[in-house]
Every structure is written in C-alpha cells, then in structure tokens.
Design a protein around this ligand. Sequence first.
Ligand code: NAD
Ligand code: TDX
Length: 324
Amino acid sequence: MRRLLVTGGMGFIGSNFVRYWRERHPEDMVVNLDLLTYAGNLRNLADLEEGPHYRFVCGDIADTDFIAKVMAEAQIDTVVHFAAESHVDRSIEDPQNFVRTNVLGTQVLLEAARRQGVTRFIQISTDEVYGTLGPEGLFTETTPLAPNSPYSASKAGADLLARAYFETYGFPVIVTRCSNNYGPFQFPEKLIPTLITRALRDEPLPLYGDGLNVRDWLHVYDHCSAVERVIEAGIPGEIYNIGGSNEKTNLELVHRILQELGKPASLIQFVPDRLGHDRRYAIDSSKIRSQLGWNPAYRFEHGIVQTVQWYVSHAEWWQSEGGR
Ligand code: NAD
Ligand code: TDX
C-alpha cells in the first residue's frame, strides 16, 4: 500500500490523475495538496469522498513548515508533483510567480520529501524545457535543455534541482517530460478549451501568428497511465519523455474542432504572435515504451471528439471558470 502526496491535484492533469489513481489503486492513501489558485477547482473532484484513502489539503508547496507537517502527519512515501503555474502567456505577462511556485516550490518539496525519507519523487515536467524544433527531429531525453519562455525556464530550473537532489543526496527522483495534454477539466485558457468554448459562443478563435506552430497532443488519461508506469517501474535518477506521436498544427486543430461543432471557418481570427513562440514540439517516447511497457490507449480522432463532447455537456463548469 502506497501513501501518495499529489501536488496540484485540483488542476487539470492532477485532478485526472487523482481520479485515475483512486479507481485503480483503491487501497492506497492519496493526499491531494493544492493552493486552489485560479487554476485549481474543488469541483474537479467533487465526486470523490474524503476518508481513510483520500484527503484534500489546501496550501502552498513553497511553505516549508506546512509541507513538512503534511508529509509527516500522512507518512507520505511517494510524491507526484504536478503543482505549477502552467500557462505560458501568463508567464510572459508576469514571470515572478512562476519562479516562486515552480522553482522554489519544487525545492521546498524536494527538501521536505528527502527529510521525510520519501522513496519515490516524480517531478512532472514538460517537453517545453527542450526549447523548440525545426521541421525535422524529435526531443529525446538527452536533448539539451533550452527553454524559451519564463514558464519553461522555471520548469527547467525545477528539473535541475530534482537532478541535483539525486546526484547530491541519492534522493530517488524521477523526471517525466510530457507533450501537450488535452481532455476533460482543462482550464479554458489553454488552446483546445479556448477554441471549443469560444466556438460554442460563436466568438472569434484567436490563432497566434500564422497558426502553423506544431504541438504533439496526448490525452490526459494516457499521461496518467504513463505516470503510473513510472511510479511502479521507473528507475530513480532517470528521465522519461511521454508523448503520443500526434503532431498537429494549430490551424489543423482549429479546423477539426470547427468541423466537430458544425461552426464556420470565419470564426478563425489570426492575432499577433506570442513572444518567443516555440515553433514545434515533438516527443520521442521510445524509452518509456520499450523500458516500462507504456502505450497510449487513446487515438486522437476519438479523444478529440470525446473532449469536445465533454465541454458541450459541462457548460456550467467552464462558464464558472470565466473562460477567455
Ligand atoms: P494547471 O494549471 O491546470 O494546474 C496546476 C495546479 O497547481 C492548480 O490546481 C493550482 O491550484 C496548483 N498550484 C499552483 N500553484 C501552487 C502552489 N504554490 N502550491 C500548491 N498548489 C499550487 O496545470 P496542468 O495543466 O494540470 O499541469 C500540471 C503539471 O503538468 C504542471 O507541472 C505542468 O508543468 C505539467 N505539464 C502540463 C502539460 C499540459 O499540457 N497541460 C504538459 C506537460 C506537463
Ligand atoms: O489562444 C490561443 N491561441 C493560440 O494560437 C492559445 C491559448 C494558444 N495558441 C497556440 C500557442 C501554442 O502554439 O496554441 C498552442 C498551444 O498553446 P497552449 O495551450 O498555451 O499550450 P503550450 O504553450 O504549448 O503549453 C502547454 O503544453 C506544455 C501547457 O500550457 C504547458 O503547461 C505544458 O508544459
């Protein structure tokens, strides 16, 4: 039986992960720790009851005393660290909070976990730490770090602290770097929910620059199953890339969503480009596939239809989130 601390478990991926883990490992204890920033929402897990196997605590990963107390009281042995400031555009507007939460917050967690004797610490990172690709090639685990946004720089800083805790203290950290996620409960500031929720209201769909930037999309369920494999079989000190080999230009994506909703292409509005906008991300995930036996379950064609349907049938959720 494991005793997990999941940070950021009221956000998009974290809440999907907590539900996934509760369903598949009901005997484990899960403590969900989240500050409930604009991106965290109690309603994301309203269906989960608190009890001996699940508890929610509201608090800040950068609060040293609080984190040490939570870990000690719950006798945590595994940390799955999702909590972050996660939106690139917000990091361009106001970088400081990204350094505080993503860099300092990760260091506080690493230190508390090391002192607690945690036996597995999963640092949930992103392919954005590798920077940008041209038309060819894939990011591998040995691609040099070259982050271009304050967000990705802060995630790279956290990854390097995780590495240092392994090298210096032998602390059992594993880093995962996933490509762009989509699926239910994604906050409507990110591309796919922005497109769906705005199209549903017949509002213009903002595409940055020429719309030809490429992202490699993975259903959030498949990210959760990859993290599960890493918890169960990953090797401390290693990095695992996670991706679905599913590259799409933003323009392709918007046309697919318009088609699904039966809305006209005239809604597309090209707007000024994001500063420092990475051109292309694409992940080589052969290591996690061959070494840990992970494979994604979702085909994008099915996942995107299901995701559009989820937003259609959960209007009260995204309307209460404000949207864009
Ligand atoms: P999100 O913004 O939806 O959720 C982040 C959660 O962290 C929120 O619930 C928020 O309240 C919480 N949080 C923020 N600051 C906190 C703090 N100081 N203390 C405690 N909790 C805090 O993000 P997401 O999209 O679910 O991403 C989760 C993780 O996965 C992040 O680390 C992100 O870098 C990584 N990631 C995301 C993607 C993606 O496509 N969304 C892809 C790869 C990696
Ligand atoms: O309105 C928009 N219009 C637009 O053209 C938005 C919000 C985005 N875009 C473009 C920018 C990117 O090329 O769409 C692409 C995807 O943008 P985001 O959804 O903001 O994702 P991205 O910047 O790729 O980062 C995401 O994936 C990696 C997550 O936000 C990160 O947390 C994760 O690490």
